[in-house]
Design a protein around this ligand. Sequence first.
Ligand SMILES: [Zn+2]
Length: 97
Amino acid sequence: MRVAVLRGPKDLVVEERPAPRPGRGEVLVRVHAVGVCGSDTHYYDHGRLGRFVVEQPLVLGHEASGVVVEVGEGVPATRVGERVSIEPGVPDLTCAQ
Ligand SMILES: [Zn+2]
């Protein structure tokens, strides 16, 4: 699969990487469209956004849509073919916020 990798400020390359396999409770999505978030532009222009500093290659494009093509353990097979949109933030459920 092709990914846009930011290696540093204004250093963006397209690379081929192996497609991931979905783990337990996960699905694999064939991405059809992806947005450019304001955070992506900060990472591209400045290599950082506030306290988050890009210190290693970063795959850009975290707001996407596509179709589920594979499911991991514990996910019903009926999810394959489902159209989805993605905001992949993982909540920290250990604090009040
Ligand atoms: Zn965003």
